[in-house]
Write a protein that binds this ligand. Structure first.
Ligand SMILES: [Zn+2]
Length: 187
């Protein structure tokens, strides 16, 4: 069976063998992975059966690579639409229902018209009906309080939340790295 190299992306691990990122999962197209191997920036941890050839060399495409140099995670995640949804696990902070990102919106806990600012501490994920229902009122007026007090998350917290949303494509050789890196339940 012939496999297109395009269907052979490489999972990228940090130098500590944990995925560089979970959400989105750190994955490089085969060309980038091969280039990084030649530039000596990565180690090949696992390979596909698929071989690429040129007149001067041939190699099995890497399925898992690890960076030679450790990249520290930035401590403060960017205040973006996506990261707010990720902090709140893509669920409405008022009715607790989960929604696909395009159906979610933001709510200013203290409305902007009443001096509320657009910050990690005052913006929460909301579904459209809850957002409409709450409208321009303060929490005690609408009796609608976010189920978790909104705070600035750490990059680690966002990574943790991202694990809950695995991508569609998972090669067999990736599973170990995703599996072994899950937190052990202390019970
Ligand atoms: Zn809602």
């Amino acid at each position: 069976m012939s496999v297109s190299p395009e269907s052979c992306p490489a999972l990228v691990l940090n130098a500590d063998f944990r995925p560089l990122s979970y959400y989105p999962l750190s994955v490089w197209p085969w060309q980038e992975a091969v280039k990084a191997v030649f530039l000596d920036r990565v180690n090949i941890v696992s390979q596909y059966d698929h071989v690429v050839r040129s007149p001067s060399f041939e190699m099995r495409l890497p399925s898992v690579i690890s960076l030679k140099e450790f990249i520290p995670l930035t401590r403060r995640p960017a205040f973006t639409r996506f990261n707010v949804f990720l902090r709140d696990r893509f669920s409405c902070q008022y009715c607790s229902d989960g929604y696909p990102a395009p159906e979610l919106t933001f709510d200013h806990v203290i409305p902007r018209s009443k001096g509320g600012r657009t910050t990690w501490e005052n913006v929460v994920t909301a579904c459209q009906s809850c957002n409409l229902l709450k409208g321009n009122r303060l929490p005690h007026q609408s009796r609608m309080y976010p189920r978790t007090r909104p705070v600035q998350p750490s990059t680690y917290q966002l990574q943790e939340n991202g694990r809950a949303f695995p991508p569609n494509y998972l090669h067999q050789s990736w599973r170990d790295f995703l599996y072994w890196d899950t937190e052990l339940d202390p019970n």
